[in-house]
Design a protein around this ligand. Structure first.
Ligand SMILES: C[S@@+](CC[C@H](N)C(=O)[O-])C[C@H]1O[C@@H](n2cnc3c(N)ncnc32)[C@H](O)[C@@H]1O
Length: 344
């Protein structure tokens, strides 16, 4: 596997280890453990991840095609590399994910990794291409996870308390859809009131990658709310989501994020929010959280998830996602499953 050249140098230095851990999760989840002996190498001066697999079915290749760090895949014949055709399921141009630049944006390649690992840990991994999955990012910022969900053909929902983020994402997505001439329809765009009081703002859109999909009723829904995440249950139904994927605040300031509410300790926020999020997840679904281990150790984050009745996945490759982002951030990933009939 030839690794994607990434613009972010810091992230790139951790890419081979993260790619190996992601591959191991995918292999265990949907390839029956077919992949083994993954190791980094350099060929012709560029980084690869080499692994052994008896034979890759078309279905297996399809899963590998979605890996966050894959650039190209080759079958090795001695020292020669024979290209394997990749089939990415991306439904839109990749500038949906890359165009926005702002302080505090989660690296998009990492977002895809977090998304994939969460999906693979749910009972719904094999359904990615056969059913429209519903995904929530309850701390969505300017929508990196939401855009990844749309890219994969999912319904995407998000919540963020920061009004500037909400407005920036709302303006971005509306402009992007128009500029790309993608069929879409705004179902709602305005304040949300309960008992006469404004409790948030909301943008609800439906969009379809093609006219035929729109006609066949296969539109995707995008639903973004500007409100505190601990109020998520006021906006979304219980068991509404297959996956919850989020990058929690790092406890360091990005640019002008200075309001007292957003400066709450990340672990306090998670303690208050995770039980609410767990209620929105379908049994068999999974939550994937990225956070800064310098503000909350892994055990603390795992205990918060377990305390909400979720089952943290904490062995093997799940312990290999920790990586340094900068001086103040050592990021890790924690995934937990919601037990229930669908997961059996
Ligand atoms: C690490 S950022 C997520 C960035 C996002 N993935 C992106 O790429 O734009 C964490 C987000 O949590 C939001 N946040 C912090 N506390 C919140 C709360 N109590 N309710 C809702 N959102 C909150 C912040 O506004 C910030 O956008």
């Amino acid at each position: 596997m030839l690794l994607l050249p990434s613009a972010n140098r810091v992230y790139t230095s951790a890419t081979p280890e993260l790619a190996a851990a992601e591959l191991a999760v995918v292999s265990a989840a949907v390839l029956g453990g077919a992949v083994s002996e993954a190791a980094h190498s350099r060929r012709g001066g560029v980084p690869y991840l080499e692994f052994t697999a008896e034979r890759l079915s078309d279905e297996a290749t399809a899963f590998l095609s979605q890996l966050s760090a894959i650039y190209a895949l080759f079958e090795m014949d001695g020292d020669l590399l024979k290209p394997v055709e990749l089939h990415r399921i991306d439904r839109y141009d990749d500038d949906l994910i890359t165009i926005q630049k702002y302080p505090g944006k989660t690296n998009e390649q990492f977002t895809k990794l977090l998304f994939n690992v969460t999906l693979m840990s749910s009972a719904f991994a094999p359904e990615l291409t056969s059913r429209k999955l519903a995904v929530l990012d309850p701390l969505c910022g300017r929508g990196t996870t939401l855009n990844q969900a749309l890219m994969y053909g999912c319904d995407a929902a998000g919540l963020d308390a920061d009004q500037r983020d909400f407005e920036a994402y709302s303006a971005f997505i509306k402009t992007w859809l128009k500029r790309k001439r993608i069929k879409h329809h705004a179902d709602y765009d305005g304040p949300v009131r309960r008992e006469g009081k404004v409790i948030g703002r909301r943008l609800q859109l439906s969009l379809a990658a093609t006219k035929d999909e729109q006609k066949a009723g296969m539109s995707q829904r995008l639903d973004v709310v500007c409100a505190d995440t601990t109020r998520a249950a006021e906006f979304f139904r219980p068991d509404a989501f297959d996956l919850i994927v989020t990058d929690a605040p790092y406890g360091v300031q990005h640019g002008s994020r200075t309001t007292a509410r957003l400066a709450r300790r990340p672990q306090d926020l998670l303690t208050a929010a995770v039980p609410v999020w767990a209620g929105l997840l379908r049994p068999g679904g999974a939550v994937g959280i990225a956070w800064n281990t310098l503000v909350a150790p892994r055990e603390e984050a795992a205990a918060i998830l377990a305390g909400a009745g979720l089952e943290p996945l904490d062995s093997g490759p799940y312990r290999q996602f920790r990586h340094r982002v900068d001086q103040a951030i050592v990021r890790d990933v924690l995934v937990a499953r919601k037990p229930g009939p669908a997961a059996a």
